[in-house]
Each structure stands twice: as C-alpha cells, then as structure tokens.
Design a protein around this ligand. Structure first.
Ligand code: SF4
Ligand code: MG
Length: 353
C-alpha cells in the first residue's frame, strides 16, 4: 500500500522575541487513502500546527524549518507541480505556500474544517455565494451547475431546506447547522484528505455525536482520508483506525487505535486513557486528570519532555537523554526508555546509569 500522505520528521517552529517555540518537533506518520487517523494530545501539543503545516497555512512568526510532507494528489486533472517524484508524491513542505501548486491542492485535494467554525465563512457573504465560489475555484462548471452542487452538498450534510439556506449568512445559523455548513464547505470539491481540527469543540454534546456520525458516513461514501485532530480520546475511538499521540510537539506513541487503547505503551498515553471513562474497558473507573501541568513552551524539560509528569521516571536516564520514537511491538511505536535503552552520547560514556 502506498500512503496518501507521509509526514516525515516535520519541524515547525515559531520565532518569537522571547525565544523559539518548537511547536512541531520531528513529527512522522502516514495516512493511507480513505484512512481516518486521529491526532490526540492536550492543548499546545502541536496537533493543530501539524494540520496547518500540511495545508501550508502557518504564518509568521511560524515557519516549517525541516522535514517533508509528501502528498500524492488523487485527481489527474491537477497540474502536477515540478517537484513531484516518480511515484506521484509532491513535497508540500517544499512548495511556495502562496504558489499555484499549493493553491490548487488546497480545497481541491486537502481541505480543512477549522477549529473555529466562524472562521470558515466570511460574515459579509451568504453561505450559498461562498459555496458556489469554492466549487468554481477548482471545477470548470458554470454558476447554475455550481449552485445545484452547493445545494446538493448542504443536503448531503443534513441541512434542512438547503435551497433557502443558500441565502443565509453563517451568523444566522445555529451552532449545529453552522457546523454542517462548514463541513459542506470543506467537502465542496471532494478532497481526498480532510483535516478536521477539533470540529466538535464549539457545539453541544448531542450535535457532537451527530457531526461525528455524519463525518463517518461521508468518509465512507467518498473514501476520503481524515486527519482528525482532537484532545478527546473518546472521539478517536469512535472515528479513527490509527492514532498519533502528541506531547510537546513530538509523537510519543502511535499505532492502530484498538492496540493503543487496549495496551497503551507510553506512560503519557496510559495517563490520558486513565483520565477518560474507558470505551474498551468499561469497568475502569474515572480517575483524575494527569498530574502536573504542561511545561511552558520556552521551558522545555531536558531529556524526555514528559519526565516531570511521568510516574515511571528514571532519574539519570529520562532527564539526561532524549528518547526517540521506535517500534515497541509489531504495531505500536513509542518514544520511551522503558522500551529502549538510551543511546549513550560520548560525554556520558562510562557513567553509571
Ligand atoms: Fe517516562 Fe522516562 Fe519513558 Fe519519558 S522516557 S515517558 S520519563 S519512563
Ligand atoms: Mg488546536
């Protein structure tokens, strides 16, 4: 199988006056066509910045400083940019974010459901106007056809009386309807990869469940891949088949959802799972959230970034050496010294560990 997207050692840093924030610091994972991959972690772990890096919408003072974002466009009608490899991959990290290639991929191949639903629409134009624009930007159809396609999209996402809603403004809609319109907007051009950034945070729990159900149905129908960004492991269990767990800009564990939920390897994943009512082990009781707080981004702990909060902390090892993501078993990867010994750097050789 060939991935649709292969993120390799991605680094996106923010250069602020106070210092450099390594928001994404060496992230690697793959997404296969039609696969739903969840990215989970607490706020500030770099999950949104990962999504925004893929779309190349990280603005100053943020910048991709290293790594590759290899993407395989699925639509043959797209002009393949010069940097395409023999096997059809384009390195998005190497494209001009404002250039023609990236603009043609954004929306048509890779679409975003933003964290803030109001951000998806301009308040001064109707929903219908913006849907028609989005459709015509990437598809050679006339206005009447685009209008019919837009109505069809709204119907597909469960907006009642879609013809009338075309003339509504986003701020006139209820939270649930607006979220559906946002999804219609993201799906306007049938993207092969949808990046959904906390798409259910701004809506109530009942609507949340409906939106998850809707996304799953649309994903199956269109065989669309989804990168689902959330802080909620419960949502991951409902929608994703593979999960990437992030902490302080790094992947601490990744693997198939069912393996990671049954046997979390990294102490951080274990703590995250203990902090929610478990879906896979209903007998487990609800425990308090993870002890300690996330370090300030300018004060990254030395060694393993999780060591100040880790119940399995090994003094002299975890605070002096930095673990790397490695296979733990046939399916899971983890970045933790419980599974691999630290590589001794020359100055530490000979010292007892
Ligand atoms: Fe905990 Fe050490 Fe593993 Fe980090 S490397 S997660 S501190 S045991
Ligand atoms: Mg975020």
């Amino acid at each position: 199988d060939v991935p649709l997207l292969s993120v390799r050692d991605l680094k996106t840093y923010y250069f602020l006056d106070e210092g450099t924030v390594r928001a994404v610091d060496g992230v690697s994972f793959d997404i296969y066509p039609g696969q739903v991959v969840g990215v989970v972690g607490e706020s500030g772990c770099g999950k949104s910045v990962t999504g925004r890096s893929i779309l190349r919408i990280v603005g100053p003072p943020g910048r991709i400083v290293d790594g590759q974002i290899l993407f395989r466009p699925q639509k043959t009608s797209l002009p393949l940019p010069e940097r395409a490899t023999d096997d059809g991959f384009v390195d998005l990290a190497a494209l001009d974010p404002r250039g023609k290639a990236m603009r043609s991929l954004r929306g048509a191949e890779i679409a975003l459901i933003p964290q803030e639903p109001m951000a998806a629409f301009s308040p001064v134009h109707t929903i219908g106007f913006q849907l028609v624009e989005a459709i015509r930007l990437h598809q050679p159809v006339d206005e009447a056809t685009a209008r019919q396609m837009a109505i069809q999209r709204l119907r597909e996402v469960g907006v009642p009386s879609p013809e009338q809603r075309m003339d509504a403004y986003s701020w006139e809609l209820s939270g649930g309807l607006r979220q559906r319109a946002v999804i219609a907007m993201a799906l306007a051009c049938n993207p092969s990869l949808l990046i959904a950034d906390e798409p259910t945070t701004a809506i109530d729990v009942t609507t949340q469940a409906q939106v998850i159900h809707l996304l799953r149905a649309l994903q199956r129908e269109h065989n669309m891949a989804i990168l689902f960004i959330t802080h909620d492991l419960g949502i991951i269990a409902q929608i994703a088949s593979y999960v990437v767990v992030m902490y302080l800009g790094q992947v601490v564990e990744r693997g198939p959802v069912e393996a990671v939920f049954r046997q979390p390897q990294h102490p951080y994943t274990q703590a995250l799972l203990r902090s929610i009512p478990s879906i896979f082990a209903p007998s487990r009781t609800l425990l308090p959230t993870i002890e300690g707080s996330i370090p300030h981004p300018f004060n990254r702990p030395p060694g393993c970034p999780f060591h100040p909060r880790c119940p399995a902390f090994m003094p002299g090892t975890c605070d002096r050496h930095t673990p790397t993501l490695q296979p733990v078993n046939e399916r899971q990867w983890a970045s933790c010294f419980l599974y691999h010994p630290p590589v001794m750097e020359p100055e530490h050789q000979g010292q007892a560990l």
